[in-house]
Design a protein around this ligand. Structure first.
Ligand code: CP
Length: 316
């Protein structure tokens, strides 16, 4: 694997899930893998899980890590080509990427969608510019349109908990006061497609995700109907894709609560976190013994370890 930008970069998903299981359960010293190697992490947006689990994964493999809050501490970057840089942007990504490539052996980047211009977000400008100009592997720590490390940890969590053949998985839109990006939902759907999971999406009218992503997946606008006999409810908010970046629904009619979970086949509950309690989901569901959110967050470390190992092995 040269870079890890999308779930499609994984050649053998099942192999990686087995590797995650090994990394989680085998506590032998793996520090030889990243010995004398440096991972750089550039954050254009906040993070708890991604930042800490990536550093922990790097430590477990013997890497040293350098972390930079780029939006606050870096020069404002120019991404357009052949431009006269007489405005506010002090450094071109072409130069920044080449410079960082001398300091690091792998570079992780978090750069969310700005939710202002669909075409710009869909081009995944920041991460793809680093892919273009860096000379080291690039790791997606959540870009405008994809969060494949989260999806990989989610797949590992599903593997650990659901043994039934062909479980019914429901990705449910849930309320949120702020407009949120589509990256987590996109990558969860792609991961389910790759693994041939029985996925249903439920969202209010006006909240359908990109047709390119949802192609071939059933979308139901009646949340309670979708929940019937589900084995897993994966909750996530996203802003409207059609009315790009807009919040169209401000009430709590789509909150995930105990009554809705009773319609399911005693389903597990998953969410990538962070989560707004009693807005997205009630405390009673989130704190129940069917909630897997803390395990999901734990699996981020081992999912990232497998990817770092793949990326650095490719370098040798
Ligand atoms: N799930 C996730 O990516 O969490 P953070 O935004 O805290 O990194």
């Amino acid at each position: 694997m040269k870079n890890f930008i999308n779930s499609g970069d994984i050649i053998n998903y099942q192999y990686l899930l087995n590797e995650i299981n090994k990394h989680k359960n085998d506590k032998s010293d793996l520090s030889f893998i990243g010995k004398n190697k440096v991972i750089g992490l550039l954050f254009f947006n906040p993070s708890l899980r991604t930042r800490l689990s990536t550093q922990k994964a790097a430590m477990n493999l013997g890497f040293k890590s350098i972390v930079m809050n780029f939006r606050d501490d870096g020069w404002q970057l120019e991404f357009d080509e052949n431009i006269i840089m007489s405005g506010n942007k002090a450094e071109h990504v072409k130069d920044a990427a080449k410079v960082i490539s001398q300091y690091c052996d792998i570079l992780g980047i978090r750069a969310f969608a700005e939710l202002k211009h669909k075409e710009i977000d869909n081009s995944d400008k920041i991460i793809n510019s680093f892919v273009k100009y860096a000379t080291i592997p690039i790791l997606n720590l959540e870009s405008s349109i994809a969060h494949p490390l989260q999806a990989l940890a989610d797949a590992a969590t599903i593997n650990e908990n659901i043994n039934t053949n062909n479980p019914k998985i429901v990705l449910s839109w849930a309320p949120h006061p702020k407009p949120l990006p589509h990256a987590v939902a996109n990558s969860f759907i792609n991961m389910c497609k790759i693994n041939n999971y029985d996925l249903t999406i439920t969202n209010p009218k006006g909240y359908d995700l990109s047709k390119k992503i949802t192609e071939g997946i059933q979308i139901i606008n009646d949340q309670e109907l979708a929940f019937k006999n589900a084995d897993l409810i994966y909750a996530k908010n996203w802003s409207s894709y059609d009315q790009y970046g807009k919040v169209l629904l401000n009430d709590d009619s789509w909150i995930i609560n105990e009554n809705k979970m009773k319609l399911t086949n005693n389903a597990f509950f998953m969410h990538c976190l962070p989560i707004r309690r009693n807005v997205v989901v009630t405390d009673s569901v989130l704190d129940s013994n069917r909630s897997l959110v803390i395990q999901q967050a734990n699996n981020r470390t081992y999912a990232t370890q497998t990817i770092l190992k793949e990326l650095i092995s490719n370098e040798k």
